[in-house]
Design a protein around this ligand. Sequence first.
Ligand code: SF4
Length: 416
Amino acid sequence: MAASLRQTSGLYFSVPFCRSKCTYCNFASGVYPASEHSKYVDRLVSDLSAAPAWARSMQVTLSRQVDTVYFGGGTPSLLSGDHFRQIFRAIRNEFMLTRDAEITVECAPGQLSDATLGAMVEVGVNRVSLGVQSFIDEEAHRSGRLHSRAQVLDDLHRLRSAGINNLNLDLLAGLAGQTLQSWRESLSVLIDTGVPHASVYMLEIDEESRLGRELLSGGARYGAELVPSDDAIVQMYEESVEALSEAGLKQYEISNFAQPGRESAHNLRYWQRKPYLGIGLDASSMLPAEDGSVLRAATTADLDEFLKHSDRQEPIIETSWLGPTQQIEEAWFLGLRRNAGVSFAALRKEFGAEAADPSIAIARRLADEGLLSIQRGKAALTSRGRLISNNVFAEFLGLGRGWSVEEEDCAEAVAH
Ligand code: SF4
């Protein structure tokens, strides 16, 4: 077992509440009365307290040293200040937050009260991710977002005044009514804000969102007829890579851009296969076992089902044990998300040359096809490979018994 898998843990809390449902949203989130929030937070706290015993029963290592905490969802900023205090009391009871721990909360613009912001600062939150998606008010509203550009700028001002300067803004390419011109405007406003981190996603079209279903069935609701073409979305993405880079936000992952040193430590944890504990609805965990295998566990995405149980174990709907071959698969399809790529030497060191080399042969073939570049013993996606990254990742699956993870569970590759 690599030493890196043993050092510290990350904690992920899922908060599935939203004030309205965005048309493109394919996450386990919904609009619930505030009365549900307290019930849910009680449950988060109880599951967190039960986690060390659960880890022992599963014979996996859960380090009490925590250096990243991430609240995603959903809209965690809808929780009250007291909810955050309650959760952090539980964290500090069970775990030890390192002095420089990165603590992130995803917020919806215009949906962060002064009381909640004050409590976030009080408990140590030092990073905020704002789901903007578009700075063009008409596009945002058509997608079900409730905020305006002015509110985003006001929130940034409030956050900075409160001492939170480590800020991320999300943009989504592919919104109904978006044009290359309006995209450039959103990008330019984002750059002008001076935030040190940006995430750029491309619209996912699937059965899980209202807009996705409408597009698949050829309907016109939710502005489906106004969704830009695939080529336009690709151009928006490619222009972002260039514009953000020129503005000092270097791409370090398929969808993520940051000033040096401002990369998301929590999300790097996913791509580097470092351990984390997921708490709440539709949350996944990854923890190493003594024998070198790795446990992945995921909870149900059904809130009623989740709340009906009182035990941490019961809502876990999937557990998988990954042996070396599946871990090598993961090392590729998670590692290749990063611009830093996958190091052959590190792979051989962790798994042995005999186990690692067949996958390195696949990487060399993909490099011949122009999908990967190999430099100084590291393979990384090329620009072309990045646009069809799922096809590239699929090449590495099936090295073992083909266990795969939902990428959304493992990455910040989501738009809120
Ligand atoms: S995209 Fe984010 S904010 Fe919108 S409904 Fe989904 S989880 Fe909520």
